[in-house]
Design a protein around this ligand. Sequence first.
Ligand code: G6P
Length: 613
Amino acid sequence: MCGIVGYIGENPSKEFIIDGLKKLEYRGYDSAGIMLYTDKAYLKKAKGKIYNLENKLSEKKLNNAKIGIGHTRWATHGIPSFSNSHPHKSNSGDLYIVHNGIIENYESIKEILIKKGYKFYSDTDTEVLINLIEEVKKVNKVKLGKALKIALNSVIGAFAIAVFDIKNPHEIVVAKLGSPLAIGIENKNFYIGSDPSPFLNFTKRCLYLNDNEMAILSMKKGLILRNFITDSVINQKVENLKFEIEQVEKGGYKHFMLKEIFEQPKNIIDAIRGRILDDYKIKFSSIESHIDKFKNANRLIFISCGTSWHASLLGEYYFEELARIPAGVEYASEFRYRNPIINENDVIIPVSQSGETADTLAAIKLAKQFNPFLFGICNVVGSSISRETDSGVYIHAGPEIGVASTKAFTCQSLIMLMLSLDIGYRLGKVNDEKYKQIITEIKKLSRYAKKVLEEFDNIKKIAKKYKNAKNFLYLGRGYNFPIALEGALKLKEISYIHAEGYPAAEMKHGPIALIDKNMPVVVIATKKGSYHKIVSNVMEIKARGGKVIAVVTKGDTEIKKIADDIIEIPDVEELVAPIIANIPLQLLSYYIADFKKCEIDQPRNLAKSVTVE
Ligand code: G6P
């Protein structure tokens, strides 16, 4: 939550910071602010989106500023308002800060500072932090870097911060614990971002801060990296980023979400690349070197949130079917507070697109106390979760900007299928014939996805027909149950229509009471598995006047006769079908939300990367 951007160097900074904030708007968009420094510090803030802030930056002087910090906010402490917007300044007016994260013990620090005469003008924890740094600086008579180090040792919580001191306007100091922070480096220019997307146009040389690290970005001394707990200097591991700016731009699509939906055939190829060999073998080197951990596993525990939780549920079904290892899925937020039973023969599988979700990270930290094997499934390369785990795989979906996850879910699900197949085969639970059959289908998956996307016109018509519905029900059985959950989540996230995903057979234990002519029911009814049971469920809905939108296998005749609207997907292998069946549901949600003129890429109250509890 919240995005931070900063720059210090030889070039004007205003445009970079504003453009950078727009790239990070997926992290929050309740309010935005900027501090630009030329002859003095100029602080500008605005409620709402970045363009509101942009409208306040016409003053010519601001174009000369070569130093600046900016922030786009997802409110945690205090309502979205002008006074709660970042940057925050200290009481003396010397120090400025932007902050992503939460300072948990801010109230006790605030009380102490109030007793010392400090005044507070916002409800934020961030304003407390900047005044704490000021107080430490004053009492210890030290420079900003030193003050920051001392202050950070007395705060509890999570943060990625950038701090500027007008008394020493040659440097910006940044630090990280829990929330992500990347520094782009190009000669004497330093770029700061919550992720590298703001500076990809300027440099590919990137330093990701690790937890407990701070960096002084100095025009005079260059970059100095230290651990703020041990106070030791750290060697800098600057990486050369591989992704391109086009990957984080809309490329002609109306929304990032639509672009990301249509990108999926390519993402599937990227996720498979190098992992299926020509002789029809799956190869994950991280599985090859840790196969004993899976062989001896008591059980697999997936931990995740949101859409990643739905992909994990599909993973549970796949791993039990193919690898025959007991598996379970946990909401990270529940798991971390539940005193769970974990032993060292368990394999814990955190699943996360961003790799930064606070609850998932906390669940990993808890699990670590029991010494299980931690195998992460992440999208963002180098993210905290990928570093906190013993081993793992990347899903290679590329940057996902739309807040509602689409391509990441598809790639997570595909990777789940490939991993469980690889492990199952190595453990002798899958025979040659099945192994080859599924691999053959996986190799065709990109083409199948393309075929489904060609259906967009039909899906758009269906979306138009149901756009005014107040409630939706999504039903699926077996492998299609996680797809029902994900379909419902997608709709509520971006169109604000209430939607529930349910196991189809459970309908009769409650949701059936809701069904009437105003209640569209999306039924995922692909061939095989419990198809005939689903047909009966569809009958039950129709008998109560419900409207049925059915996702069926091409060539289906039975459901076609009774459903009101049909979306066909290619006739694919049963385990592959849910991955394909999900794609039209993404489009259905997208078009409904678009007809309703919703803010699709940045739905209200949501954020892409939830770095707070
Ligand atoms: C937020 C996002 C969801 C995402 C969830 C988990 O709620 O809006 O799209 O599924 O976090 O995020 P992760 O990055 O851990 O997959």
